[in-house]
Ligand binder design. Structure first.
Ligand code: GMT
Length: 384
């Protein structure tokens, strides 16, 4: 029997795919008997109410006035990593999202010397494609990635983008460990009661579209609204918007101007939204960047077809014409046509739905992904 490991995970505590994936990995490791610590600015969202054997270490910054204009978080985080690693004798420090977590891990490792845990960095997307390659962060992020003992990414697309974006030779190993869905939580249970609570006048045959994101510009919220508007012109439908962020007010204003505000429910940030996704008919993801698209995977797991942009890691989870439809970035008419194709043919929709669920069960289950992370941790500790 393999001995339990002592693992610390660092992630953003906020709503967002990277924090969700990190938390699910930590909880699954704890379920397997490993001792798991979370080191973060705040309690990660999915740890709220998690009655399990994980320990949370909060990173606190000094409120010294001279420091107010500078971000000291990476230093405070590295100090907390050093403290936890020393007292808890960590085997593994697994950081999610390179900026600034991989750099804090490198600093901690330098201080700890031979007592340092092995560092695993999981890149999630914008840390490679947007923030990390910003010249303000690029040299230190590249260095921190290269100094990690192992690097993982959720899609083959992000591996290519990392090699290219950071000018890292392809001989540098980057493991693709795909994100996963909790297939019991995200299950095909179609109960429209939750939708009727949002739209009391909802007809039984009225299609419901859904979008879940952080409403940042890369998500193209304006396209979500435009696709819905176009579909609605041909066939009256509803739209559920889960999440919050900078583009939300603009989207709400657009819908008010079109007089469609009563047909759309903006729910803001929600911890649990699986019921809503499972009860809807089509999930929309017209993003301009997406290393993976975790919310789309969760929709597929519920048996909900996805209509999305044909870019990034999305084609690795959505198969055009089988589990959803892909269209060029910004091609709103094509995306609206694809939605209509799905909602106007119940038999066709059923086929997409069955294949979507089957694909997730076949390729994106949680336990095989956790097996791979665990094997990676052990490989780093024992050598090849
Ligand atoms: O863009 C988001 O949705 C948030 C962001 C994050 O870092 O939390 O998501 C990134 O990581 C997710 C989990 O691996 C992926 O599913 C998203 O595709 C990725 N976002 C982008 O690449 C834009």
């Amino acid at each position: 029997m393999n001995a339990p490991l002592n693992v610390a995970i660092t992630c953003f505590p906020t709503f967002g795919g990277s924090g969700m994936v990190a938390t699910e990995i930590g909880l699954a490791m704890a379920d397997r008997g490993h001792r798991v610590h979370f080191i973060a600015r705040d309690l990660p969202v999915r740890l709220h109410g998690a009655n399990r054997k994980v320990v949370f270490h909060e990173v606190t910054e000094s409120d010294y006035p001279a420091l107010q204009q500078s971000s000291t978080y990476p230093i405070a985080l590295a100090s907390k990593m050093i403290e936890v690693a020393s007292y808890e004798r960590l085997d593994i420090l697994h950081v999610h999202y390179a900026v600034p977590h991989a750099t804090a891990a490198w600093m901690a490792r330098e201080v700890l010397g031979p007592r340092a845990p092995r560092v695993v960095t999981t890149l999630h997307g914008t840390d490679t494609t947007l923030v990390g390659i910003d010249p303000s962060y690029l040299p230190i992020t590249r260095f921190s990635i290269l100094r990690s003992d192992a690097v993982t990414v959720p899609s083959a697309y992000l591996r290519r983008a990392t090699w290219r974006g950071f000018d890292i030779p392809e001989s540098v190993p980057i493991d693709v460990i795909t994100n996963f869905a909790d297939t019991e939580r995200y299950a095909p249970v179609r109960d429209r009661a939750c939708l009727r609570a949002l739209f009391p006048a909802l007809h039984d045959d009225e299609p419901v579209l859904i979008h879940v994101s952080n409403f940042r510009p890369v998500k193209r919220i304006v396209d979500v609204v435009a696709i819905f508007t176009e579909v609605h012109r041909h066939r009256p439908c509803r739209l559920v918007m889960v999440g919050d962020g900078p583009e939300r007010s603009h989207a709400e204003r657009m819908l008010r101007e079109k007089g469609l505000e009563d047909r759309v429910a903006f729910l803001g940030k929600q911890d649990r939204f699986e019921e809503l996704v499972a009860a809807s008919d089509v999930f929309l993801l017209p993003s301009e960047q997406e290393s993976f698209g975790l919310a789309a995977l969760e929709a597929l797991s519920c048996g909900i077809p996805v209509v999305a942009s044909d870019l990034g890691g999305i084609p690795e989870l959505v198969t055009h014409g089988e589990t959803g439809f892909l269209a060029p970035l910004g091609d709103v008419p094509a995306m609206a046509r694809h939605v209509l194709t799905l909602v106007e043919d119940a038999e066709r929709w059923q086929g997409f739905s069955r294949r979507a669920r089957a694909r997730v069960l076949e390729r994106f289950q949680k336990e095989p992904a956790i097996d791979r992370y665990e094997a990676l941790y052990r490989r780093l500790l024992t050598g090849p």
